[in-house]
Design a binder for this molecule. Sequence first.
Ligand code: ZN
Length: 439
Amino acid sequence: MNTDDYNFIQKSTLSTGKEMYSLMKSLFPICRSITGNGVRETLKIIQKYIPLTIHEIPTGTKAFDWTIPKEWNIDDGYILDSNQNKIIDFKKSNLHVLNYSIPIDKKITFSKLKEHIHTLPEQPDAIPYLTSYYNEEWGFCMSHNDFLKLSDEEYHVVIKSTLEDGSLTYGEYYVKGKIQDEFVLTCYVCHPSLCNDNLSGTVLITFIAKLLSKIKPYYSYRFLFIPETIGAIAWLSKNESNIKKIKHGLVATCVGDPGDVTYKRSRHGNAEIDKAAEYVLKHIEKHSIIDFFPSGSDERQFSSPGFNLPFGSLMRTIYGVFPEYHTSLDDLNFVKEEFLADSFSKYIEIIFVIENNRKYLNTNPKCEPQLGKRGLYRMIGGQKQDGSDEMALFWILNLSDGDNSLLDISNKSGLKFDLIKTLSDKLLSVNLLEEKTND
Ligand code: ZN
């Protein structure tokens, strides 16, 4: 990504925010889970934007300590009271059915029904989002206020779902760069009608992929649209032989809420992705940077000790902290175009830094080279001027000893990365720098 590409992409972030939001709106109604037709339908819609490959891993396939589960699909789910009124209707909100519920069709007493109903008494208007992937169970989720309206009568519970041998579905899109080293960006596509967690990440990754496919990036990029946890584990187990190519990774989640930007460092703590993200956040007044911890999203798998890949995660408000998290309140009103656009812009800035962060060698390391004869120094000495270009040249020449990257030079000098990059290009063009290749 050169400076022109970068400026072009950054200029259009507001309209990209609109497009991301509109994709999110079309994905919102789909009932997704870790397997099933909801994931396929989601990936097919994303294929209208990027030509991703849809992979299927059969039920029963081993993936390290895990096994691909049975595939879950659902058509309908409801509870009828004794007057045949639907007191819960999956068609109104797919959060109403415990995700991965086994099928059921029977009449039961209120006291039995209560054991299968989940509510949030502290958020009485919200429907909770709950799952039971690895324990065969059925259940319903509803607002606590609606639950309080139920009376002691007989109810008819119906869940029209299937749990059968099938497969786990995921999407993958690869953009070939100038080098084979990879930058991997992941999101998860297993949550039903929930926006910030994590349709926001899905649409963000889609649009980054779309834009990077139009330019010739330096790194090769791999975009993963996977069910959380089991999808990451399955992908890693299938792709273990290619893992060495991965140099940087980011997990995109919770990128559409109004909160401040949060960066969760990789397990390394000071990997290049960490330095790039911290550089970008440093210029934002309100932000937070937190150390890696082994829960959260798929950085858990990519950063497990057997892989230890440098995966960070750039979010806004971190999962679990915003009250809308895993409830029906995480909807299309909670996420806004402008926040999606802002997060997108930060991701692009991090990618720009990573794309251009090279280490160079000063080809004239004995004393300063004479910049004036190369047209790189003011011709009349003693003039008062801003001088940041000249300072940048001196910093680059002095620190280009093969150890410092352009980002290191930017951080040490306090000068902006794009200035350092532009002036290092000038020094390259007059052969005062050469690329360090044996890193
Ligand atoms: Zn979640």
